[in-house]
Design a protein around this ligand. Structure first.
Ligand code: 5AD
Ligand code: FES
Length: 362
């Protein structure tokens, strides 16, 4: 193996910033992905955890310049699933043996929303018990809210930092969106006892490879348990994506960058959960499988009822908009088995990094 790759594979966090940059621009992508995949197999096995993704509301208080469901986008048909609908989607994922779900929505901070989520969590726990993993992805909230949801049965929380560079963050968000507050939220989540996940978008305008290397160092310094990242995909109805034209070559470049980030993160962090983001599949029909072979170990099949699905478009070309949850289940199993990986049915799929910490090995 190439010396830089074997150095990275032999020990977590072994690389300097310069060396991380080298990984991210590594010319032999095949060798890079193979080295990352070897670490993944060693730490986790040829196994993939599933999370049924339930996008239960596209209402959002925020106005991120890149996101299709931003508050100011008047073209979106807004929806909010009822508690019964959310619980039944969760029950579907449980019965489909997914082992865990992610509840995701736009950022909503109202009291009624907080209470709805709490109620839904308790009902899901009553049905599926504590062995069923529940991840939340509901944006920035108060520590009190995070604690309430944790006590109601959520185990994990995803909150992407989007970029570890505060100056770049400021160019992607209105001035009342704060990078510091987001970081504070990640720390609150840790205090509340969640497995904490974060991540970034790769290929943002103005982002450098140095930024991306720093992102990976940020994941390590915040001691994250789970990483979810994907390529940035311009959305025409947003300030950042308006009028942007792009072609197949751009798609390939963005996909490659996303895969390099997964591989470099696996080679740096070794034992964290890394998701093969759906955005990869928006760029390439086999994007998620490629993500698995570059070191990811988590896939999030869409479990949102078909009627709502087309309205939850953070970026264009989102896959599976016409497939109901059952079709996705079969399709995904074939795809995952097709690259020689096995699905961990009925398992929560906790982050090995978190488990080791809990057992006092870190
Ligand atoms: N392209 C790729 N990812 C996006 N997200 C939002 N908009 C886009 C886009 N245009 C990601 C953000 C957010 C997550 C839920 O979706 O990283 O945290
Ligand atoms: Fe949805 Fe393949 S995963 S159709």
């Amino acid at each position: 193996m190439e010396p830089l790759l074997s150095k990275a594979a032999s020990k977590p966090r072994a690389l300097t910033h310069r060396e991380l940059v080298e990984l991210l621009t590594f010319p032999d992508a095949g060798a890079l992905f193979a080295a990352a995949y070897e670490v993944k197999v060693r730490e986790i096995g040829r196994r993939v955890s599933l999370r049924g993704l339930i996008e239960f509301a596209n209402v959002c208080e925020k106005d991120c310049f890149y996101c299709g469901i931003r508050n100011a986008n008047g073209k979106v048909d807004r929806y909010m699933m009822s508690a019964d609908e959310i619980v039944s989607a969760a029950k579907w994922s449980y019965k489909a043996h997914y082992g865990s779900i992610v509840l995701q929505s736009g950022e909503i901070s109202s009291k009624s929303h907080i209470a709805l989520v709490e109620n839904v969590l308790r009902r899901i726990r009553d049905i599926a018990g504590d062995g069923f993993g529940i991840t939340l992805s509901l944006g920035e909230q108060s520590e009190e809210t995070y604690r309430c949801w944790r006590e109601a049965g959520a185990h994990r929380y995803l909150l992407r930092i989007e970029t570890s560079n505060p100056a770049l963050y400021a160019t992607l968000h209105p001035s009342d969106h704060s990078w510091e507050r987001r970081l504070e939220c990640l720390r609150s989540l840790r205090r509340c006892g969640y497995q904490v996940g974060s991540g970034i978008m790769a290929g943002l305008p103005g982002q450098t490879v140095d930024d991306l290397a720093s992102d990976i160092e940020f994941f390590a310094s915040e001691d994250l348990d789970m990483i979810g990242m994907g390529p940035y995909i311009p959305h025409a109805d947003t300030p950042l994506g308006h009028g942007v034209r792009w072609n197949t070559e751009d798609k390939t470049r963005r996909l490659e960058l996303g895969l390099h980030m997964i591989a470099a993160t696996r080679l740096y962090m070794h034992d964290v959960n890394i998701a093969a983001a759906t955005a990869l599949q928006a760029l390439d029909p086999e994007g998620r499988e490629k993500g698995l072979l570059a070191g990811a170990n988590v896939v999030m099949p869409n479990a949102t009822p078909l009627v709502y699905r087309r309205n939850y478009r953070l970026y264009p070309d989102k896959p599976c908009l016409g497939e109901d949850p059952g079709a996705c289940r079969g399709c995904l199993e074939r795809r995952i088995n097709g690259v020689g990986e096995q699905i961990l049915w009925n398992e929560r799929g906790d982050s090995p990094h978190w488990r080791k910490k809990k057992d006092g090995m870190h």
